[in-house]
Write a protein that binds this ligand. Structure first.
Ligand SMILES: [Ca+2]
Ligand SMILES: [Ca+2]
Ligand SMILES: [Ca+2]
Ligand SMILES: [Ca+2]
Length: 675
């Protein structure tokens, strides 16, 4: 049967229940003026809000690895909450039908695709999804869909011993097979699971009692009770659609590729081969994305989701596990599809879970993604500088040098920095308000946490008090919402969630238990509802409610977003560093300051990352050069009682600018605008 006929058949049952099937060729809405104006909010749909009990099958709130019941209807019901926070764009979990469960875990996160053309019934039907997107658009909010092109769920096993069954056994160096429990454990025996065997560049090999027996057959299974059935649409149910090389092992063992203990270089050929062709951990089967039929199927399936639900962009999973050439093919197809239906500025940002700007920057070249999820910033700024003692804030400036280029090293240790991120707009790519294309270097998607890393509060030292932790969280949010690019918040940060690594960082927003904290009472620890000072009397006596909108962090985020919306400099201004420190100690220890410069206005943001002492922009008798004219009075947008004047001398001022001596308390932040 021809692929196109199968697609048509696959669509029919999925559409039952819809009043009107969506017109896949009809016009789409055009919603985005300039992506730098947007504030993304990442929602894990299953954990955000439960608006429809009728889809609560397989739900177990007590188990963090099970479905909890959140759905598109619930999200739609809570759009007012998000509007109050101020976010302008939802990024929702993958919507496609998944394998239900695997090894005791469920697919509540949505990353275990089984059918790319049908919605995940836990989240609702197609009409519920379309209603959510339409309701968001009616409020001026955009919706970005999370997609995976690299792999599907655990759909098949490799029948290494060719007995037709999925097995787990021990195997010696010579290929000898010893069933579990019937052999002596020895160092040259390895445990093999046919669901998830280790990487073999020649393809996963089979063995029989007679010895090597060629490629291990990929055997699809039929377990409809957990929806573990061959993936759809065609050819995703065919073995040849997969690379069949087994699970990437290079992460666990630096010696696999003969690399040093700290790991392989980003462009090491052996590392790249494993990352691109290996199965993703958890037995997620790697698609042969080089095959033209596979490419066509992925492009057609995801384009149909744009048409069905009127999405405004894609967040693309596992970017570095797909060959670079794929993105040069896939992304232009999506841009063309959206543009032909009247949707300009369709935005695609990719996730390469890696702190190396060489690697991240490589994805911004050519005609691939419009932007990347800014992992190098996450490690350098949020996990590094903000949680540190304030030493070497020049590393923050260096981060931006790697992206945009710098003539000299801000740490004073030598060389110039070439820009590693492309500043060349894509053909038919996203533009600013003036219609001119925006290159990836202008659009990194910044985040302080996401569903794959622990919450920022989780990583803060236990010795810090609650107010100290909150101050650092607020510094992080101030940086996130005043730096250039596109900021992305992870749901729950506004409720001060503090979960650790997956799944603890995927708290259930509507569940009162997610708002508990341990308190010492009557001689032992008890779980009690968190409280805060809601009326300003100095006592933390306001009970923290689910979807709380009165707590200090919800309030601070709303304030920062309102500032970003009100000041074009904070959204679209050039980023110019004014102050950073290269060593520890001294009166300027811990200070970092940057200006956002726009033709219409400028803003100055200063943070003291030091945890003990106040710090001042003065070193060697020189103060901070700023772009504001001498005599200008600057006011702190977060604390209007604070003002400071720009001096005519005291530094090497830029043309038209002046000098500023600014003191900040430990963990302090100021956002200064001309009064
Ligand atoms: Ca539900
Ligand atoms: Ca077997
Ligand atoms: Ca791959
Ligand atoms: Ca109070």
């Amino acid at each position: 049967m021809k692929p196109r006929m199968l697609w048509a058949l696959a669509l029919l049952p999925a559409l039952s229940g819809c009043v009107t099937p969506p017109d896949l060729d009809g016009p789409l809405s055009d919603n985005v003026t300039d992506w730098r104006d947007e504030i993304i909010y990442q929602v894990m749909t299953d954990r955000f809000a439960n608006g429809d009990a009728s889809n609560d099958f397989g739900v177990n709130l007590a188990d963090p690895s099970d479905y909890h019941g959140g759905d598109w209807r619930g999200l739609q019901d809570r759009l007012g909450y998000l509007e109050q926070l101020g976010v302008t764009c939802l990024w929702i979990s993958p919507v496609v039908k998944n394998v239900e469960e695997d090894a005791g875990f469920s697919s509540y996160h949505g990353y275990w695709a089984q059918d790319l053309d049908r919605p995940n019934p836990h989240f609702g039907d197609l009409s519920a999804l379309r209603e959510l997107v339409d309701a968001a658009h009616a409020r001026g909010m955009k919706v970005v869909l999370d997609i995976v092109t690299n792999h599907v769920g655990q759909a098949f096993f490799y029948d290494i011993n060719k007995n037709g069954q999925p097995d787990e056994f021990l195997m010696g160096q010579g290929g000898e097979i010893v069933p579990i429990g019937q052999g002596e454990p020895s160092s040259d025996l390895v445990r093999v699971t046919e669901w998830d065997p280790d990487f073999d560049r020649d393809g996963v090999q089979s063995w029989t009692s007679l010895g090597p027996s060629g490629l291990a057959p990929a055997v699809f299974v039929h377990q409809p009770e957990i929806n573990r059935v061959p993936p759809e649409p065609w050819p995703l149910g065919e073995a040849w659609a997969y690379n069949q090389k087994g699970r990437v092992t290079v992460w666990q063992d630096p010696e696999v590729c003969g690399c040093p203990a700290w790991g392989c270089a980003w462009d090491d050929a052996c590392r790249r081969e494993q990352e691109v062709l290996g199965d993703f951990p958890g037995g997620l089967k790697d698609l042969d994305t080089r095959h033209p039929y596979v490419r066509a199927t992925l492009a057609d399936s995801f384009a149909r989701w744009i048409a069905r639900a009127d999405f405004d962009g894609f967040r693309i999973d596992t970017l570095k596990h797909v060959e670079l050439g794929f993105w040069d093919d896939f992304c232009p197809r999506m841009r063309r599809f959206a543009l032909e239906r009247g949707k300009r500025n369709f935005f695609m940002f990719g996730e390469a879970f890696d702190g190396d700007d060489n690697l991240l920057g490589s994805y911004t070249q050519g005609q691939g993604v419009d932007s990347v999820f800014y992992f190098s910033q996450y490690y350098t700024v949020f996990r590094g500088a903000l949680l540190g003692d304030g030493a070497r804030t020049c590393e923050i400036e260096r981060l931006h040098c790697r992206r945009l280029g710098c003539a000299s090293d801000p740490c004073g240790e030598g060389q110039a920095f070439p820009a590693l991120y492309s500043d060349t707009p894509k053909e038919n790519g996203v533009t600013g308000e003036d219609g001119l294309g925006l290159g990836p270097a202008r659009l990194p998607v910044s985040f302080e946490s996401n569903h794959d890393v622990g919450r920022l509060l989780f990583f803060m030292p236990p010795a810090w008090t609650e107010p100290e932790k909150r101050a650092v969280l607020h510094q992080a949010l101030a940086y996130l919402l005043t730096v250039d690019g596109v900021p992305a918040l992870y749901y729950g940060v506004e409720q001060e969630f503090s979960g650790g690594n997956d799944p603890a960082n995927r708290e259930t927003l509507w569940d009162a238990d997610a708002y508990l904290r341990p308190v010492w009472k009557d001689g032992h620890w008890k779980a009690a509802r968190r409280t805060y000072d809601g009326d300003g009397d100095g006592e933390d006596d306001t009970l923290w409610e689910p979807f709380d909108t009165g707590n200090p962090t919800f309030h601070r985020i709303a304030e920062l977003i309102a500032l970003r919306k009100a000041h074009v400099a904070l959204r679209r201004g050039e980023l110019v560093f004014r102050w950073s420190t290269a060593g520890s100690g001294g009166e300027d220890h811990g200070l970092v300051a940057y200006e956002r410069v726009h033709p219409d206005e400028r803003a100055l943001v200063a943070l003291n990352l030091g945890k003990e002492l106040p710090s001042v922009t003065r070193a060697g008798g020189q103060t901070m050069p700023v772009g504001f004219a001498p005599g200008a009075v600057l006011e702190d947008a977060l604390d209007p009682a604070f003002t400071v004047s720009v001096a005519a001398s005291g530094c090497a001022a830029p043309s038209g600018g002046g000098c500023l001596e600014l003191e900040l308390p430990a963990r302090g932040v100021r956002i200064l605008l001309a009064r």
